[in-house]
Design a protein around this ligand. Structure first.
Ligand SMILES: [Zn+2]
Ligand SMILES: [Zn+2]
Length: 157
């Protein structure tokens, strides 16, 4: 099962829900002045680059999450991107507080299957009195079952 998150989701998150912090905005204790993931000491953001664009050799600068529920954690710019790109089951949530930053990549597929199950259940509860309609309903049921099988066999869920 792949947990890879779409590029558009990642770039939307980095652009709209993280912002670079000045070093002067950080508390003075040493732990607050280093990335909690890689422990690198934060550097000031290179003014030549606009957050969140990141050249490969940029030293870790502090980035704060905002408008993602109660999470307002500060992490290093490189580590936050490495985390959401890791393709792990937890890559869509904060590594410090587990607050969900955006929907898990497979939630759309899971939702499709649960919708299918609801429709199949509804069809089962229908009482068809005439032959032709009940035959049609059977065909629809069969088609939906096939779609569900396909979703499972492709390991999309
Ligand atoms: Zn880091
Ligand atoms: Zn958090």
């Amino acid at each position: 099962m792949s947990y890879r998150i779409d590029e558009s989701v990642i770039s939307n998150f980095l652009t709209n829900h993280t912002h670079a912090l000045r070093l002067s905005a950080l508390p003075l204790d040493p732990l607050s002045r280093q990335c909690p993931v890689c422990r690198d000491i934060y550097h000031a953001q290179d003014p030549a680059y606009v957050h969140p664009l990141l050249p490969a050799d940029t030293p870790e600068y502090p980035v704060q999450v905002h408008n993602r529920g109660p999470c307002s954690h500060i992490l290093g710019r490189r580590c936050i991107e490495r985390h959401v790109r890791a393709g792990q089951p937890w890559s869509h949530s904060c590594p410090l507080c587990r607050e969900v930053w955006f929907p898990a990549p497979n939630s759309a597929r899971t939702e499709i299957v649960s919708t299918l199950d609801n429709v199949l259940g509804a069809l089962e509860r229908l009482e068809m009195r005439d032959e032709a309609s009940s035959h049609e309903i059977e065909n629809v049921e069969q088609a939906l079952e096939n779609i569900r099988e396909l979703l499972y066999s492709q390991r999309w869920i």
